[in-house]
Write a protein that binds this ligand. Structure first.
Ligand code: HOZ
Length: 430
């Protein structure tokens, strides 16, 4: 029996579905999940010693690749001094200061352990600040797994066909209103309908949890205006875009400022860190400065914070954004050329160092789960890529991530693998 099957069989005995987060399970593409033992730069090494070029990069948490030496050094140094104090530290102040200095709309920030917690807390704060209840979110967007956000949710929830979740009482989601992404008219109509009770509009400034959908240039500013018109807050979920699109995140990239920002992934350098922040008059409602309760034993954990600090300092030192965008553009063009060569209908949506390859011949500008991705073709593509030594996120409704560790040679090898996958799909991809 192969090692992955052996480990998966064992995992299924002790862990529901054999995994600690559903989208890892390969249910979106079929087959057995690969079990990894280590990573270095752009590469992952499986338990059976197979080496992969990795475009999952821990779902975007890694900007410089696996086991990046400044992060490893910082973590080693921190861990030797103690793994958790449950008390204030200098490093968490440094990380908070760096986030505030980087992200244009953020004046104060509270650290959490995950993006889910950040969103949960930001929504509670928005409701308290406005004294209203209704939240507008967008179909296919994913903001973590708190109850009232699991409505038409993307990511693993959508991949596994459970966008609305059993166990969430209807009353918990009665204040969540769903609108199509990139549709300013629908947003304005919904906001009008709930005007007296609209607390916040929450959005991913680039939809990246249903595959990458880049916003229309006017959509983000329409959301800003809409929130202002209805005395509601605009919340950007920058868990994926934060420090990835630009040092100041999507808000710097697009020049549209939210009231509250949720972050995660890159700010933890691969360790569990989330954050939410915004204007001081809003953030000062958070306990103990104000009455909105939010807490966590491991929030601002010294080891996790040391990794985040190391990454942010490396970004400041190297300004990687142009190089990341160039690598991604190279890959995107090569994939599109190969698709043309082999007659495969695809659309590659990309921005900065994010991309998604959709098997469809229609532009993907809205969330249309039935037409935007031919999941059968994606699964076949995924498995051929895997055989060729390329690890992609195991779902057609996720973003692929390019890191600074991806070399020209990695990209060349990836393009060869794409050609081989397209060649095997050729003739069956109509
Ligand atoms: N936001 C990530 C995927 N889109 C989360 C990964 C997970 O759910 O495991």
């Amino acid at each position: 029996m192969d090692i992955n099957k052996e480990l998966y069989t064992e995992a299924l005995k002790y862990i529901p579905g054999g995994v600690n987060s559903p989208v890892r399970s390969f249910q979106g593409v079929g087959g057995t999940p690969v079990f990894f033992k280590s990573g270095a730069g752009s590469h992952l090494f499986a338990e059976d010693d197979t080496e992969y070029i990795d475009y999952c990069q821990s779902w975007g948490a890694l900007l410089f690749g696996h086991a990046y030496s400044p992060v490893v050094k910082a973590v080693k140094k921190a861990v030797e001094k103690g793994t958790s104090f449950g008390a204030a530290t200098r490093n968490e102040v440094d990380l908070a200061r760096m986030i505030v200095e980087a992200v244009p709309s953020v004046e104060q920030v509270r650290l959490t352990c995950s993006g889910t917690e950040a969103v949960m807390s930001a929504v509670r704060l928005a409701r308290a600040y406005t004294g209203k209840n209704t939240i507008i979110k967008f179909a296919g967007s994913y903001h973590g797994h708190c109850d009232y956000m699991l409505v038409q949710a993307g990511s693993g929830a959508m991949t596994l066909g459970i966008p609305d979740c059993p166990g969430v009482p209807e009353s918990f989601t009665q204040h969540t209103v769903i609108v199509p992404y990139n549709d300013a008219d629908a947003l304005n109509a919904a906001a009008e309908a709930y005007s007296g009770d609209l607390a916040a509009i929450i959005l991913e400034p680039v939809a990246a949890n249903c595959g990458v959908i880049v916003p229309d240039t006017s959509f983000l500013s329409a959301a800003r205006t809409c929130a202002d018109t209805h005395d509601a807050l605009l919340i950007f979920d920058e868990v994926i875009t934060g420090f990835r699109l630009a040092y100041g995140g999507a808000q710097e990239y697009f020049g549209v400022m939210p009231d509250l920002t949720c972050m995660g992934k890159i700010i933890g350098g691969g360790l569990p860190v989330g954050a939410f922040g915004g204007k001081e008059d809003i953030m000062s409602m958070i306990a103990p400065a104000g009455p909105v309760y939010q807490a966590g034993t491991l929030s601002g954990n010294p080891v996790a914070v040391s990794a985040g600090l190391a990454v942010l300092r490396c970004i400041q030192d190297t300004n990687p954004y142009t190089a990341l965008a160039e690598k991604t553009a190279l890959l995107r063009t090569a994939i599109q050329d190969a698709a043309w060569e082999y007659g495969i209908p695809i659309v590659v949506n990309s921005i900065a160092s994010l991309f998604t390859l959709f098997f469809t011949d229609e532009p993907v500008e809205r969330f249309c789960p039935d037409t935007m991705q031919n999941t059968l073709l994606f699964s076949r593509f995924f498995h051929t890529m895997l055989e060729e030594g390329i690890y992609l996120p195991p779902s057609g409704f996720e973003a692929q991530f390019v890191s600074m560790a991806h070399t020209d040679y990695d990209i060349e090898r990836t393009v060869q693998a794409v050609k081989s996958a397209f060649s095997s799909l050729h003739g069956t991809a109509a």
